[in-house]
Design a protein around this ligand. Structure first.
Ligand code: PHE
Length: 351
């Protein structure tokens, strides 16, 4: 038997109250929504029964149906909000950051002492108006030897055996080739400008590697060419350089020496940082430590490179980069500079 609309409404009220009370998850929530709020729900169907309601009751019946719908909607919404909040809290709980975990550490690269000292030396010479020129590691016999007044069969070649790519092409044994390059560059363009340059770079020699010898090492060639350049200019420049690099208290000493491409030639020593010149184990009792070779550019070299030695003169020096780094930073073994051990670089940090 078909219920009359009022009874039907009462029944829906009761059933919906029970159904709402039993909502426990999203599934049952959707069931309630479908059952009581969809277009095909009993509550929607009940509106079709309006015709069976006496006219004077139509308004209040309609109102009751709407109120019930509103009530169910509110309850369903409340439950939905409750679930959403619960789900959010669960998600937050799961994604909680454990601040007691140690963070990820990042390794930062450090500058190798080799490049640190090249930068420092370059700064000093740049401030004196020198330019920094990069030469090539691979060169030929002419630029590594001949133009530096070391012809074939010259005994100086014995000490500078190197790695040969062909009979004529080789890995440079010294940055001194930069002297010849610069002068020839200028003279070939007929621009005999004064020269003030340094050339830092790697050099190679046949050698048995140990704590103080390496088949690969860095050298900085310095060259000044102009009218009236004397040994006094060389001494003054090197004195200033050494004091800037090692400290004001350090003194230099010049000893006569021999290089085929300089005449006269000198060996330059710096007073020992450890004993200040008195003599100790570090300087082998001499009070001085040898740091570089230098001299007045040999007129023969000037001539071969297109600078007339009757008009021009100059000085040149060659300093070992690794050696300076060892002295300045107190490094005990030259191999540390190129074996890429991060622990060494860490030790070096801050020096
Ligand atoms: N090139 C020389 C060497 O390796 C050093 C040097 C350079 C000496 C310039 C004098 C002038 O021994």
């Amino acid at each position: 038997m078909e219920k009359n609309p009022l009874e039907a409404l009462e029944a829906i009220k009761k059933e919906s109250a029970i159904a709402i009370a039993s909502i426990k998850d999203r599934l049952s929530l959707n069931e309630v929504r479908n059952r009581f709020l969809s277009k095909k729900s009993e509550l929607s169907a009940i509106m079709g029964m309006m015709k069976d309601i006496p006219n004077e009751m139509k308004a209040s019946f309609g109102k009751s149906v709407n109120e019930l719908r509103k009530y169910i909607e509110t309850k369903v919404k409340e439950k939905e909000d409750e679930f959403a909040l619960k789900e959010l809290n669960e998600k937050l709980e799961k994604e909680k950051i454990d601040i007691t975990l140690p963070g990820r550490s990042y390794e930062r690269g450090k500058i190798n002492p080799y490049y640190a000292i090249v930068d420092e030396i370059s700064e000093i010479f740049l401030s004196l108006g020198f330019e920094v020129v990069e030469g090539d590691d691979i060169t030929d016999d002419k630029f590594n030897f001949e133009l530096l007044n070391i012809p074939e069969d010259h005994p100086a070649r014995d000490m500078q055996d190197t790695f040969y790519i062909s009979q004529n092409i080789l890995l440079r044994t010294q940055t001194s080739g930069a002297q010849a390059h610069k002068m020839i560059d200028n003279s070939s363009k007929n621009e005999l400008k004064p020269i003030k340059m340094i050339c830092p770079g790697k050099c190679y020699r046949r050698d048995d590697d140990d704590a103080t010898h390496s088949h690969q090492f860095g050298q900085i060639e310095g060259l000044v060419v102009d009218k009236g350049i004397s040994l006094a200019d060389l001494k003054g420049t090197l004195e200033l350089f050494v004091k800037r690099l090692f400290g004001e208290k350090r003194e230099i000493r010049l000893r006569s020496s021999y290089f085929p491409f300089t005449e006269p030639s000198v060996e330059v020593d710096v007073s020992c940082s450890h004993c200040g010149g008195k003599g100790c184990s570090m300087c082998k009792g001499t009070g001085y430590i040898e740091i570089l070779g230098a001299g007045e550019v040999n007129p023969k070299v000037l001539e071969m490179c297109g600078y007339d030695p009757k008009i021009y003169s100059g000085f040149a020096f060659g300093v070992g980069i690794d050696r300076l780094a060892i002295l300045k930073y107190g490094i005990d073994d030259i191999r540390r500079i190129y074996t890429n051990d991060v622990r060494f670089l860490k030790d070096f940090e801050g020096k």
